[in-house]
Design a binder for this molecule. Structure first.
Ligand code: FCB
Length: 506
């Protein structure tokens, strides 16, 4: 690939043939319809209905109403020209209490969704668990209870049995780190527990659930269908030497706690003992199961973390104590721009995360399964959502992805978070990540400028030169809707083939 055009300015940056372009959502964040067709309650129903847990006490009861509007949402995907859609299944929609009989009406919904995707030439990429554990299983102990892992494997097998002929890629878990850490350690997500030993047990049982599910899915499927997991990585930067060992520990606790077991079958030594699963929880075959070779690895990347030495009793601007590491603080460098989530915007963090994965799992196909930007979007008087911040964010991160590929990383696809605005967990509807603006009162979907930008990228399988990016919303809208960028060798058609022929490489 050609990093620079002759005059030193960036030219168009082509991605490899067959690169898979997609968009992501998750069930609780978009579906709504929480009482329809036999769905049982999940921990997120309970959590969001507990006063004070979610911004403005917003709930996912209606969300983006995608359960009722999935056909309209399939049209959005077609309009974008993406080759894949990453969605998640609400466990309690297909098995109300997480054990016992499966709910055919719930399975029928996902069957209709995957049928609709296939009809449109879009590869269905299914995540089996994106945080919405059936409440009945939480009542029996949740992830800290080993039995939940076996329940998950049974559920994953049922999904593979019901949908396996059409799903193109299987993701067992989404960001298990956040499910354990925010769910059981800090309590900022459902089920809202704050207990180090529960979080450590949840860590091990999420990993065990993943390993069991990989086997269960493969046992159900004839022929080879890629199975993987999605892990979130945050590169940790130490600003000064004295914070270096805390940075190594934070990296172990936030990144390697899931990465190392999955890839290497062991927990990271540098993590604090109280965060690691107790030895009595780890049964003889567990680590071998957890490290069953995968077909691909999914990476969610949003931002890096910075740490430096600091006085917990005299915090400076941008500092907060780094729990477990007295004398060291989390630090938000004021010179680095942030999204409206307050997350640092640093595309090099994505580049570094990809290089790390490439080192840890040489040649294993990698997919960026989430990357995106919250912004204070609004519809202007002309009816446009001119989200230049998101276009800039995507441009910067896609450039980082392109550079990583150029440097030899085996990156096979990119999924933007998110297709549309949705219920952003503890931030409720206050934070918008979508390419499509959702007016939650009417459920009207409206393409933002970023949708038009992303459509150009997906259809041309290339990142346009920065001068094109400056062309403005209307130029993008024209490119995105007149179809002139689409051709028979578009990424959509090649990606479909690719996804169905991806084979394991580790
Ligand atoms: C990720 C989650 C996803 C979304 C984005 C913003 O951690 O996986 O559901 O909320 O953050």
């Amino acid at each position: 690939m050609n990093r620079n055009s002759g005059d030193g300015a960036r030219g168009a940056r082509p991605f490899p043939p067959g690169f898979l372009w997609g968009a992501s959502t998750s069930a609780y964040q978009v579906e709504g319809a929480v009482h329809d067709d036999g769905r049982g309650p999940s921990i997120w129903d309970t959590f969001s209905h507990t006063p004070g847990k979610v911004h403005h006490d917003d709930t996912g009861d209606i969300a983006s109403d995608s359960y009722h509007r999935y056909e309209e949402d399939l049209e959005l995907l077609s309009e974008l020209g993406v080759g894949a859609y990453r969605f998640s299944v609400a466990w309690s929609r297909v098995q109300a209490t997480g054990r016992g009989p499966f709910n055919q009406r719930g399975l029928d919904y996902y069957r209709a969704l995957v049928d609709g995707l296939r009809t449109r030439g879009i590869v269905p990429v299914l995540t089996a668990f994106h945080w919405d554990l059936p409440q009945a299983l939480e009542d029996e102990g949740g992830w800290p209870n080993r039995d939940t892992a076996y329940r998950f494997a049974e559920y994953a097998a049922a999904l593979a049995h019901a949908l396996g002929d059409e799903v193109g890629m299987w993701i067992t878990l989404n960001e298990p780190q956040q499910a354990a850490h925010q769910g059981y350690r800090t309590g900022t997500h459902a089920p809202g527990k704050t207990d180090l030993s529960l979080a450590a047990a949840a860590t091990h049982h999420l990993l065990l659930a993943h390993g069991l599910a990989v086997d269960a899915i493969r046992a159900e499927l004839s022929g080879h269908v890629p199975v993987g997991i999605t892990i979130d990585l945050h590169p940790v930067r130490a600003v000064d030497e004295d914070a270096a060992s805390a940075a190594v520990a934070l990296d172990a606790e936030q990144n390697r706690m899931f990465l190392e077991p999955v890839l290497h079958g062991s927990y990271p030594d540098a993590a604090r003992a109280e965060l690691l699963p107790a030895q009595r929880l780890v049964e003889p075959d567990d680590m071998a199961l957890i490290s069953t070779p995968l077909d691909f690895l999914g990476l969610n990347y949003y931002c890096p973390y910075y740490v430096r030495t600091g006085d917990w009793n005299d915090l400076r601007q941008g500092e907060s104590p780094l729990p477990g590491h007295p004398g060291v603080v989390n630090y938000v460098p004021p010179e680095i721009p942030r999204t409206s989530m307050g997350w640092l915007i640093e595309p090099d963090g994505l580049y570094d995360a990809l290089r790390t994965l490439d080192r840890e799992a040489p040649r294993l196909p990698l997919y960026i399964t989430e990357n995106g930007c919250a912004a204070d979007d609004y519809v202007d008087p002309e009816g446009h959502v001119n989200d230049t911040e998101r276009v800039d964010y995507l441009e910067g991160h896609l450039d980082a992805a392109w550079r990583a590929i150029d440097d030899g990383v085996n990156l096979a696809g990119y999924f933007v978070w998110s297709l549309m605005d949705n219920f952003e967990w503890a931030r409720g509807y206050q934070r918008r990540f979508g390419l499509y603006f959702v007016d939650f009162g009417t459920q009207r979907r409206l393409p933002k400028k970023s949708a038009a930008f992303y459509s150009v990228v997906a259809r041309s399988n290339a990142l346009p030169s920065p001068s094109v990016n400056g062309a403005g919303a209307l130029a993008y809208a024209a490119l995105a809707t007149d179809g002139s960028e689409s051709n028979s060798s578009s990424p959509r058609s090649s990606a479909v083939r690719k996804a169905s022929t991806t084979t394991g490489s580790n």
